[in-house]
Design a protein around this ligand. Structure first.
Ligand code: GLV
Ligand code: MN
Ligand code: MN
Length: 396
């Protein structure tokens, strides 16, 4: 399975993956999922949000079922493991249960959520959010990518049907429990010397668009005192965000910037920059955003620029079901329990009231959203065994 996926959307120059929603790569990955499901004789369905499902057993007559899986899309220049490890491990865990002669007394499902990273349209986890009703279908259809193409048009381009997008209560009713396996996106499991761990919670996470507007002019002839340069306001805002995050044990990142007109010898008219911000709780996150916005606005006044801040995506604090978390940790022989500041479809399902757990697999680099993301084969196998043990426990 890993070999089949290895080259899809991979840049030979950087080794990074680009697997955005509704692109040819996305289509290839979805086809791969369908083929793996068919090979195993699983029943395949697509929900109204476009997520792919494969079932061992019938969740409509014998459900709700135990579901595992993850996503196959990536950030720009992403790693191989964030998402695909959870989908490949789900199929591999089913294979292991099959070899062990296990017959589930509840249906077991494998899911591939669409557009988890939100890399193309800005909103994270659109597949699971549309499914649960956390994202309004009209808002989703109207989101645009950097070329101005709408989510609806991109879907139609990919041969999908945007007018069908809707929450899907029957698909939700099939999910009794959800367990997502994911590569760890940090160093906790290295530090404690464990191949697998269990999630306790996901930090709240916001994505904000900062639009700084100034006045385009000549880089040579315009006196420094006569400028309204939005790049200066942005630069100071990036520094302020970094300082605020450090002082609050939070995270703040400007990882994407667009400059107009983007000429070396022109003062910019506009800088748009996206802030990804996360903190231990919503109050800390709100306080950090307020302080960064306040400092940015103050700086804009001094620079003669204007600032607008818009929320593009918001994910509340997720505390995973404690009973399930303890059951999973116990089934894994007392695996370490850790919080994460990375977002996941598991968080969206948990917020929708589904008992949900996550298993993390050690990443020896500790790096993620980068080609350096990694997991050793032995740890991946430990993850598959752990997932199979949990599915067996939950589906008995
Ligand atoms: C998704 O991986 C996120 O945390 O942004
Ligand atoms: Mn990710
Ligand atoms: Mn992921």
């Amino acid at each position: 399975m890993w070999a089949d996926l290895r080259d899809v959307g991979r840049s030979p120059a950087t080794g990074g993956y680009r697997r955005f929603a509704f692109t040819p790569e996305d289509g290839q990955l979805r086809e791969w999922f369908e083929q793996e499901a068919a090979l195993r004789g699983l029943d395949r369905t697509v929900d109204r949000a476009g997520n792919l499902w494969a079932w061992w057993g019938d969740p409509d007559s014998d459900g709700p079922g135990v579901v595992t899986g993850s996503h196959l899309d990536s950030v720009p220049a992403g790693g191989a493991f964030d998402g695909p490890l959870g989908v490949v491990s789900a199929f591999a865990a089913l294979d292991l249960l099959h070899v062990q002669g296990f017959t589930p007394s509840r249906p077991i499902g494998v899911v591939c959520f669409g557009d988890e990273e939100g890399a193309r349209f800005g909103v994270a986890c659109t597949g699971s959010r549309l499914l649960t009703g956390a994202l309004d279908p009209d808002r989703a259809r109207g989101l645009t990518d950097t070329d101005g193409m709408s989510y609806a048009d991109a879907m139609a381009w990919a041969g999908r049907t945007p007018h069908l997008l809707a929450p899907d209560p029957p698909a939700m009713a099939r999910i009794g429990t959800f367990v997502e396996l994911h590569v760890e996106q940090g160093r906790r499991l290295i530090d404690v010397g464990a191949a697998v761990g269990v999630a306790s919670e996901i930090w709240p996470h916001g994505r904000y668009r900062f639009s700084f507007t100034g006045r385009a002019d000549h880089a040579g002839t315009t006196l420094m005192a006569d400028r309204a340069d939005p790049m200066l306001t942005y630069a100071m805002t990036a520094l302020a965000a970094n300082k605020q995050a450090r002082s609050r044990n939070a995270r703040a990142t400007f990882g994407r910037v667009s400059v107009q007109p983007n000429g070396t010898n022109a003062i910019p008219s506009q800088v748009t920059a996206w802030l990804d911000a996360r903190a231990e709780n919503p109050a800390n996150l709100d306080a950090m955003l307020s302080e960064v916005s306040r400092q940015a606005t103050e700086r804009a006044e001094r620079d003669g620029t204007a600032l607008e801040v818009a929320v593009e995506s918001w994910s509340d604090l997720v505390t995973f079901d404690a009973t399930l978390r303890d059951r999973v940790a116990a089934a894994l022989g007392g695996a370490p329990v850790l919080a994460t500041a990375a977002g996941h479809d598991a968080g969206v399902l948990s917020a929708a009231g589904i008992p949900t757990a996550m298993i993390f697999v050690r990443n020896p680099t500790g790096i993620s959203h980068s080609p350096d993301e990694f997991a050793e084969l032995g740890d991946c196998a430990a993850g598959v065994r752990a997932l199979a043990d949990i599915l067996r426990d939950l589906a008995t």
